[in-house]
Design a protein around this ligand. Structure first.
Ligand SMILES: Nc1ncnc2c1ncn2[C@@H]1O[C@H](COP(=O)(O)OP(=O)(O)OP(=O)(O)O)[C@@H](O)[C@H]1O
Ligand SMILES: [Mg+2]
Length: 975
């Protein structure tokens, strides 16, 4: 607390709530410093509770069970926040404190979605306690049951966190899914682990289940996390290995974490299996993916347990029923689980290029390295989708490029069609769909609404018009699907000319795109969409004449009879506040007013009454309105349910349009890649003994567009492998010469090619790449010393073990994280191993010029450098002009090689240490060679130590003039 709040409320807790301070216990009576203390709950002393008023007691009772959450307590039309939660409201929602000594603030019902979203995005868990009884209902209950309750009944209706926001009111602005991931594992004795994952997108009721057999660095888990970046993690308390925890920490962005007690709150496989069997009963309603996982038996334990943890958590959040019932179950992309091809599980069988988290990060595929934003990423370059579902699919395509020539060619053909015969249809399609709502989420929402749950349940006292909102959503969905149909029809004319069979299928009603017309017609006939949307009630169709005798007419004729009775035609009905149909009678007639007329209010010269008959009719009116309301609500529910019955049809329409949208997005990528582009040609493996990459005038798709006009990007021809060319290139050149850029552009070229997109080059011929290994120095700045080196070794070991002949390896300055001699030795050994043992395509950039002479006569390695022009500078310093041209041969001279790097006398890491980390999987031959080289180099370095000391002394002495420099130099030479 600070400022005014501190002045007003400081010390309140210690004064009034001693049980919150040092003496705090959880609901089971464990003190806060005991093991197993559950900070989520609070022990409330009985005498404290006794002293509370009804409403306060209710609040404390909810709060004591949910100390980790911010409680929104509904009172009438307002959500109120008290005590510690009031401070959250003041701080995070900018609410004003109310008067009085108790911290208290609140907001009206209409701000519910906005404020809950704000709280949740700030990382709070929000507990929504709704009123489930009106004051009238309370009176009725008291009368009927003799209850002495003084306050209306309240119940928890929702618990909302980052990963469980489902309401369109909270998430509509953001197409990015907020994933919740439950993770557990079964570790082996060698550092590896079988990791089970259940990832949920609550807004689409989507469950993705998967399991990976992971290495000690948790490479696969990291890739999955990098792609999905879950905002919320559900973990079994104390059960995960350090390696897994580290991966979870490093590959997420400040997620909300819930640690659940294993087996009690995070079920094991057995408990989960039991639960699945009871929930789904007969197996024919059980989702196929679940069925298949159950069939796997013991080997699927981690994924089952992760699913169990997820159910437990969703149950705590009151979402399990809703999500599980209508949940869509899929295999987690990137997971090792796969089943024999089954219609219900598409895509699982498709082969993909593997991009691990190092590749995704280093190549800035989804996030840039400067601020983790999307600017400057490959995703940003390719994403021109107009639908949120298309965008989500495209992201999957980018993270998992295809690894099958046939599938790639299918996409390429679609790209050709879209740029050619279907060009106009594409623009029409996009125009038709611009601004379309997120139908996938709407579908999930409507299915949830068709049931009775949480805040939607009838008993919750809400002043907002829930029916109106639901109609709006239903109509929005119907209109959306109508638009999809219209958009797909745009292609009618060019359908026969399309080259791509896939495209033809997606655009044919009843084939790749379902025939929605009869369904939509049914809903058009059932009700009037526009009118219903406008007045918030189902209108039109057969539902118009619901109210038979309207008590309003009776009220009007009663007024006439009263005018007659008082002999005054001026008498009329008025409404004052909540009181309607008050009879306003001039004061002078008061003698004639019967004694059973109830005086409600008055104004100068007039008195207002409710007569017994008016009261009777008012009751009739309210009853009638309630009935009508209920009937309309029933009709709305029936319509919604009818809509949801065709869930699969709607979903397959969404899928087809996602694919079309993603294809269009790819096909328009060339417009954003300045200059020549081409569709690459793939060389089938059988035609070539060795893989190839042959690019003419290749550019970096992003840097080439962003470089200044004064220094236009220099395209380069790159040839790796194929025929007599060496597969591996050793690249040298000055700092800032364009080495890293070239490495990246080759990688991005491969990725673009296998996504099915055009590439920024005049031509590109390549064979398929099964996996990209990218090791860049980009992250080195933020890590220091030995840890960098260790990470480097670990990653290199993984790479050497996993790379196949069809992989591509890009190593940028390998070995620079350690002393020159060691680094050079490692670089030498790894390069040698790659060129001679793995024999895959690779690029290796380095400042170790010694390396170039080592491999000068090796026919498996081509030596290249980034050209530059030297000379023309003043003094002895040479001016370097970068030409950015890839040139064969090694760099003639090491310009600007960082003096400081050789100046500091190398601190050699203990060799025992080095070899231990090597043993993480580095091939034996690499080890031997590295050791030999290391010894050789060390000798050389020792002999240069004197010079190094001299230079270091100069650097240490702060010199700021040429004169001082000369003095320092003379002095240093004397050492
Ligand atoms: N082909 C090119 N044409 C024009 N400019 C380029 C080209 N390649 C790189 N550049 C520019 O040069 C800058 C430096 O490139 P890069 O980081 O790839 O150099 P480097 O050789 O890896 O340097 P270092 O050895 O210091 O890591 C880039 O940021 C880019 O602006
Ligand atoms: Mg570089």
């Amino acid at each position: 607390l600070s400022g005014e709040a501190l002045e007003r409320f400081g010390g309140r807790i210690s004064r009034k709530f001693s049980f919150l301070g040092k003496n705090r216990k959880d609901s089971s009576g464990r003190r806060h410093d005991w093991p197993n203390f559950d900070s989520r709950t609070l022990f409330l002393p009985a005498e404290f509770v006794k002293g509370l008023t009804g409403g306060q007691r209710q609040w404390w009772e909810f709060k004591a069970k949910h100390m980790d959450k911010v409680l929104l307590f509904k009172m009438g039309k307002f959500y109120e926040m008290f005590e510690m939660d009031a401070h959250v409201g003041a701080q995070d929602l900018d609410l004003q404190y109310m008067k009085g000594e108790q911290p208290h603030c609140g907001f009206p019902e209409k701000n519910y979605f906005e404020n809950v979203e704000k709280l949740v995005r700030k990382g709070h868990r929000v507990l929504v306690v709704e009123q489930t009884e009106t004051p009238e209902q309370l009176e009725e209950r008291k009368r009927k049951t003799g209850s002495k309750d003084k306050v209306v009944r309240r119940e928890i209706c929702a618990i909302i966190t980052k990963g469980t926001m489902v309401d369109s009111g909270m998430i509509s602005d953001n197409a990015e899914p907020s994933f919740l991931a439950a993770v557990t594992e079964k570790a082996d004795n060698y550092g590896g682990s079988l990791v089970g994952l259940c990832v949920v997108d609550a807004s689409r009721a989507l469950f993705m289940l998967g399991q990976v057999e992971d290495d000690s660095a948790r490479t696969k888990l990291r890739s999955i996390l990098t792609e999905l970046r879950p905002v919320e993690l559900v973990l079994p308390l104390g059960l995960l290995t350090d390696a897994t925890q580290k991966a979870l920490r490093e590959q997420t962005r400040k997620p909300l974490i819930s640690q659940l007690v294993p087996s009690k709150e995070f079920w094991d496989a057995e408990q989960t299996t039991k639960e699945i069997r009871t929930s789904y009963g007969a197996s024919d309603v059980m989702p196929t993916v679940l069925q298949k996982i159950l069939e796997l038996g013991v080997s699927s334990e981690p994924v089952l347990s992760a699913f169990g943890g997820c159910i437990c958590y969703l149950r705590q959040s009151l979402l399990d029923g809703q999500l599980l019932q209508l949940g869509r179950f899929e295999l987690l992309p990137g997971s090792d689980l796969s089943f024999e091809h089954s219609a219900a599980i598409p895509e699982a069988a498709e082969a993909h290029m593997v991009l691990d988290s190092a590749a995704l990060d280093n190549l800035e595929i989804l996030e840039n390295s400067s601020n983790c934003g999307v600017a400057g990423t490959l995703l940003c370059l390719l994403d021109h989708c107009i639908t949120p579902f298309g965008r989500r699919l495209l992201k999957q395509w980018i993270v998992r490029p295809l690894c099958n020539i046939e599938s790639i060619v299918q996409r390429q053909n679609a790209v050709v069609d879209m740029q050619g015969v279907a060009e106009n249809a594409v623009s029409e399609f996009r125009r038709e769909l611009s601004g379309i709502p997120d139908l996938e989420r709407l579908l999930a929402r409507l299915s949830a609404n068709s049931g009775e749950n949480g805040r939607h349940s009838q008993k919750v006292v809400l002043y907002e018009d829930a029916a109106k909102k639901q109609i709006k959503e239903l109509v929005a969905a119907l209109r959306g699907f109508q638009k999809l149909v219209k958009a797909v029809s745009c292609f009618g004319n060019c359908l026969p000319q399309l080259k791509s069979a896939r495209l033809r299928s997606l655009l044919t009603f009843g084939k790749g795109f379902p025939d929605l017309k009869p369904l939509l017609q049914y809903f058009e006939d059932s009700f009037d969409w526009s009118e219903s949307e406008a007045n918030g009630r189902v209108t039109g169709g057969d539902h118009s004449n619901l109210s038979a005798s309207d008590p309003r007419e009776k009220l009007e004729s009663y007024l006439k009879s009263q005018q007659k009775f008082f002999k005054n035609p001026e008498i009329s009905y008025v409404t004052v506040g909540k009181d309607t149909y008050l009879l306003e009678i001039p004061e002078e007639l008061h003698t004639k007013v019967p004694s059973d007329y109830e005086l409600r209010s008055s104004r100068k010269g007039f008195c207002r009454y409710w007569t017994p008959r008016v009261k009777e009719l008012l009751q009739e009116l309210s009853l009638c309105e309630n009935e009508k309301e209920a009937a309309l609500r029933g009709i709305l529910q029936t319509l919604t349910k009818r809509f949801c019955d065709d869930h699969d049809h709607w979903l397959s329409a969404i899928r087809a349009v996602s694919e079309l949208d993603a294809l269009m997005s790819i096909s328009s990528a060339r417009l954003h890649m300045d200059g020549m582009t081409c569709l690459p040609t793939f060389v089938p493996a059988s035609q070539l003994a060795k893989p190839v990459f042959r690019a003419k005038a290749l550019r970096h798709p992003i840097v080439a567009v962003s470089t200044a006009a004064s220094t236009p990007f220099v395209p380069n021809d790159v040839v790796l492998g194929g025929g007599s060319n060496p597969e591996v290139m050793l690249l040298t050149g000055p700092n800032m010469g364009g080495k890293s850029t070239l490495l990246r552009q080759v990688c991005l070229g491969m990725i673009l090619a296998q996504i099915g997109s055009e590439v920024p080059a005049e031509s590109l011929e390549l064979s398929l790449t099964d996996r990209l290994f990218v090791r860049m120095g980009a992250k080195d700045q933020i890590m220091t010393g030995q840890s960098t080196f260790l990470i480097e070794l670990l990653e290199t070991a993984v790479m050497l073990r996993c790379a196949t002949q069809n992989s591509f390896v890009a190593l940028d300055e390998l070995g620079r994280g350690t002393a020159t001699s060691d680094g050079q030795a490692i670089a030498h050994a790894v390069l040698h191993y790659l060129a001679h043992n793995v024999q895959c395509r690779g690029m290796f950039s380095s400042h170790y010029h010694k390396l170039a002479s080592d491999f000068a006569n090796d026919p498996s390695v081509s030596l290249c450098h980034m050209a530059c022009k030297v000379g023309g500078g003043n003094n002895e310093l040479e001016a370097v002009t970068f030409l950015y041209k890839l040139t064969s041969g090694s760099c003639p001279k090491s310009y600007g090689v960082n003096v400081a790097r050789i100046a500091g006398k190398p601190k050699f890491p203990s060799h025992a240490h080095v070899s231990r980390s090597f043993h993480a999987g580095m091939p034996e031959s690499v080890l031997r060679r590295a050791a030999l080289q290391s010894a050789k180099l060390e000798k050389e370095v020792e002999s240069h130590c004197h010079e190094a000391d001299v230079i270091k002394t100069i650097l240490d002495a702060s010199v700021d003039s040429a004169e001082q420099l000369r003095t320092a130099w003379e002095k240093a030479k004397l050492i």
